[in-house]
Design a protein around this ligand. Structure first.
Ligand code: FES
Length: 571
């Protein structure tokens, strides 16, 4: 600490008028003078909000972090940033991920903090905070809010993935309105984020496997007292990280990203993982592309028997040994020397881990499913790539050709999908356009389109579906997502017509539209883009600067870092 002066001393260590002002207003909170005299000042970046139910317990969690910071000799300062409640925010939380990252970045840089604790939970809150902090690059540790306890409905375990099943059963009359009301009260029965391996849990596993949290962070339930203990220990640790000057860029190396990708395959993580990790890599200058995510090529098997790819819930995962136990199984596939927030190699996180449930965390030599990860598809329908999650798809549809049934946008889909006259059968390929980053805007989670009711009535539960949108991490099905370039910028998706033949070949990584190059070019030459660009506000900024999905859908001018220095001083 003596070698490198604390950043906060540029505020609280000043003499004269400036120092007077910086300290005097802080003292209105009842802070004794010694708290501002040379202790590491630790920001706690809090996404608490009653409009983000998954993060609604974060004030309590922040208190545990503070206890740890005080104990280690630091001084905590909690500050709010915009929070993103996945279930409530319209038109989609993804529209605002980049906005939150700007809020986080500027809040950290502009204030007298030496280190920061990121309190993350609901889906987008994790990538948004990590992206923003990465563009400042001071010592940073993540504390996730933890998953909810498993839902209980009429004697069976339920979680977010069951919503799609409930809705299908309701559509076909197998569930009454009353059953639905009962189920909705049974599912989210504790504080915390979604209890399955959806995007929130995927992101919590990401921060642990990439080295940004203490071991165990990913799976401890929000309601478990050990979540608070982990928050306390993280408060301890960030103070030492400041003393050691262990910054985000020391941890977020290419090796660390590779570890996160490998682990994501083995846990059956959300397809949203790819878009968020690409965006984070863009902030820290690590060269990552879609091809790096093709873990199927590297044959990483699915080890975790967790919904939506399997049976169990995050609570069970923790009791089974959590992410450290799973990573121990993967140890030959990991870059064991990658440094974590502890300052130690990541192997320290898992080398002594134990597994207590082999049905949930399988041995690598006898995996739960040999097919895992995210497959990156290429072809004339997605020149820059598309993604799908084979472990959540139907094996019978992995190689499939069918006629396109095209919907121009999600409203068109909602309007016509259950029309009895819709020309669709079980072999059809549902195609949804204009759900991409720029076109919607914000790339909503609508890619796992509902099966047309008349097919559901015949017992059809899955079909090949293709879009430039995303899918909830809790969703499942043979769903091709993130088609890039999107329809709204004139990608080939935009010219697909009803009746065109499409082939999905997952083993070969191909998505092909059986239309000649000449015909594609002819159709594109007369294409009128169905894109409404907002005239003002953040949405205008977003639509004019958002990058395509294969690049992470960040705003082009947010790539990279501006560091932690503030050049000018206004007093
Ligand atoms: Fe917040 Fe699922 S809705 S994590």
């Amino acid at each position: 600490m003596e070698d490198k002066p604390l950043r906060s001393r540029q505020w609280f260590g000043k003499q004269g008028k400036d120092g007077f002002i910086y300290r005097a207003w802080m003292k209105n909170q009842g802070i004794p003078a010694h708290q501002l005299q040379g202790k590491p000042v630790i920001g706690i970046c809090n996404t608490w909000s009653e409009l983000t139910p998954c993060n609604a317990h974060f004030r309590e969690l922040a208190q545990s972090v503070k206890n740890g910071i005080y104990e280690a000799g630091g001084y905590p300062v909690e500050f709010p940033v915009m929070s993103l409640g996945e279930t409530l925010i319209k038109p989609t939380a993804m529209l605002y991920r980049n906005l939150v990252s700007m809020d986080v970045e500027e809040s950290i840089r502009a204030n007298p903090v030496d280190g920061v604790v990121l309190l993350c939970g609901c889906d987008k809150t994790t990538p948004a905070l990590v992206m923003g902090a990465s563009s400042v690059d001071i010592p940073t540790i993540v504390v996730s809010g933890g998953p909810m306890l498993t839902g209980k409905y009429r004697g069976r375990d339920i979680g977010t993935s069951d919503i799609w099943r409930f809705f299908a059963d309701h559509q076909t009359g197998q569930m009454s309105d009353e059953d639905m009301y009962i189920a909705e009260a049974c599912m989210a029965r504790s504080q915390g984020h979604c209890a399955v391996m959806g995007t929130a849990s995927t992101m919590a596993c990401m921060v642990e496997s990439i080295g940004l949290s203490l071991a165990g962070n990913a799976a401890i339930p929000a309601a478990d007292s050990r979540r608070k203990a982990l928050a306390h220990l993280s408060g301890n640790r960030i103070v030492d990280m400041v003393r050691e000057d262990l910054k985000l860029s020391d941890i977020l190396t290419r090796q660390a990203f590779e570890n996160a990708i490998t682990v994501n395959a083995a846990i059956g993580g959300s397809t949203n993982f790819i878009i968020h990790l690409l965006a984070i890599a863009g902030r820290v200058g690590v060269n990552l592309s879609m091809d790096d995510f093709n873990t199927a090529v590297r044959k990483i098997p699915l080890l975790a028997n967790l919904q939506p790819s399997g049976k169990y819930f995050m609570e069970d995962f923790y009791y089974a040994g959590g992410l450290p136990a799973l990573m121990k199984e993967l140890h030959t596939q990991l870059n064991s020397e990658a440094i974590t927030v502890t300052g130690n190699p990541i192997s320290h996180n898992y080398e002594n881990a134990e597994c207590f449930n082999r049905e949930l965390i399988s041995p690598i030599e006898n995996p739960f499913n040999p097919i895992a990860g995210i497959v990156v598809l290429k072809g004339n329908l997605c020149e820059n790539g598309a993604v799908m999650k084979p472990s959540a798809a139907s094996p019978a549809l992995m190689q499939h050709s069918g006629r396109a049934v095209v919907f121009e946008n999600i409203e068109d889909f909602n309007h016509r999908v259950n029309d009895p006259d819709l020309e669709v059968d079980k072999d059809s390929v549902l195609v949804l356009k204009n759900a991409g980053p720029k076109g919607y805007p914000g790339m909503p989670e609508v890619g796992n389109m509902l099966i047309p009711k008349k097919l559901m009535d015949e017992g059809i539960t899955d079909m090949v579906r293709i879009s430039d949108g995303r899918m909830s991490g809790t969703g499942f099905g043979t769903v091709v997502l993130h088609v890039s370039p999107e329809a709204a910028v004139g990608g080939t998706l935009a010219i697909v017509q009803n009746g065109d033949m499409i082939t999905l070949d997952v083993p070969s990584g191909v998505l092909h539209l059986h239309v000649s190059d000449e015909e594609i070019a002819a159709r594109k030459s007369t294409l009128i883009l169905d894109t409404h660009i907002s005239k003002r506000g953040y949405t205008y900024l977003y639509q004019t600067h958002v990058e395509q999905a294969h690049l992470g859908a960040d705003l082009d001018f947010l790539k990279g870092s501006s560091g932690s220095e503030v050049a000018r001083d206004s007093h």
